[in-house]
Design a protein. Structure first.
Length: 145
């Protein structure tokens, strides 16, 4: 029996936000887009965030999606059970992914990456910069000013 080869897929966008939802007629609503997170100390826990992605591929195709959040050392913060989802693309070959994260813990400052694997292949990523800030909201390197 021949093995069915998955069609190539791509990512139109990946966004980190405070909130996201699917509204009327499948429209995605995104509130509070960000790529920088200021925290007073480490480890820091962020109460809630959403990762939103728009996926493009073959019409009516189904794909396995895995999410990874890498810290600056390349370690996956979502282990031992990273989210694994199935996404079915529409008749126009488009699909949306909305994943909610509660109480993510960041142990260090630096660039963190959300990575999207579709059908086992790295398909997209977006970066989140986590920095230490003081009680006045200034970064540690601007504290002297």
């Amino acid at each position: 029996m021949a093995k069915k080869i998955k069609e190539n897929v791509s990512i139109n966008f990946m966004i980190i936000s405070d909130y996201a939802f699917t509204g009327e007629n499948g429209k995605v609503g995104i509130v509070g887009i960000f790529d920088l997170l200021g925290v007073p100390n480490f480890p820091a826990q962020h109460p809630e965030m959403f990762l939103v992605a728009n996926i493009k591929g073959k019409e009516n195709s189904e794909h396995e999606v895995e999410l990874i959040l890498e810290n600056p050392n390349g370690e996956n913060l979502l282990t031992p059970n990273p989210p694994k989802l199935k996404v079915r693309l529409s008749g126009t070959g488009s699909g949306n992914l909305i994943q909610r994260f509660l109480n993510l813990t960041f142990k260090q400052a630096g660039f963190h990456k959300f990575v999207l694997l579709i059908d086992g292949k790295k398909t997209g990523e977006t970066q989140l910069s986590v920095i230490k800030i003081n009680k006045n909201g200034k970064t540690a390197d601007t504290e002297a000013n």
